[in-house]
Design a protein. Structure first.
Length: 196
């Protein structure tokens, strides 16, 4: 993209130093990438996608694949970690002068395993369980509270609760409920909270 905009860059593949670096070359067609995929053991069902397939189609058929890898983890997980690692590895070599990691396929496989058994497997096994829940009003004589003192820092609310005839039509039904509830206690007070 930068080269297309006239910015002169070294466009040679940093993995093999032999071909123009394109996404499909870097992730799939480069000899280093080919070794990486070979060592990672691409499932036989997916091998044909690694030959001259359109880049986006190749990515899609692999990350949507339903086949399993030899490690028994879905290939889609292994593939996703693999291309992520290839890209990170390329950036490390270009920007941090790291050296080629010939064990990158092992790293990718174990990351996919860890992710699958910690997150992915649980997600696929999660089943919906319907639990009916309800609330039953306890008998008023079993609440165990006789005295109630409520402190608020909202003077307006306290005045509304204490008023004999609530003037606020919007809250009046709520206030009636609150007063009715307070009437269940032997002593019920509602004060403004005193800030010390
Ligand atoms: Zn290359």
């Amino acid at each position: 993209m930068l080269a297309m905009r006239g910015i002169i860059l070294d466009s040679c593949c940093p993995l093999c130093n032999n071909f123009l670096e394109t996404i499909s070359h870097l992730l799939r067609d480069c000899m280093v990438a080919k070794d990486f995929w070979y060592n990672l053991k691409v499932p036989p069902e997916m091998v044909s996608s690694f030959v001259d397939m359109d880049l986006f189609y190749w990515l899609r058929v692999n990350y949507q694949s339903k086949v399993s890898h030899s490690s028994l983890v879905p290939w889609s997980y292994v593939f996703t970690f693999a291309i992520w690692n290839l890209w990170k590895h390329r950036n490390g070599m270009v920007f941090n002068n790291t050296v080629l990691n010939v064990n990158l396929h092992i790293v990718s496989k174990y990351q996919a395993l860890e992710f699958y058994y910690c997150v992915g497997k649980l997600k696929s096994q999660r089943s919906k369980v319907v639990c009916n829940v309800s609330w039953k009003k306890p008998p008023s004589d079993q609440i165990g509270v006789q005295n109630l003192k409520i402190e608020l820092d909202a003077k307006v609310v306290v005045e509304l609760v204490q008023s004999k005839t609530p003037s606020n039509a919007f809250y009046s039904s709520l206030l009636v409920d609150c007063k009715s509830l307070m009437g269940k206690f032997r002593i019920a007070k509602c004060n403004t909270h005193s800030v010390k």
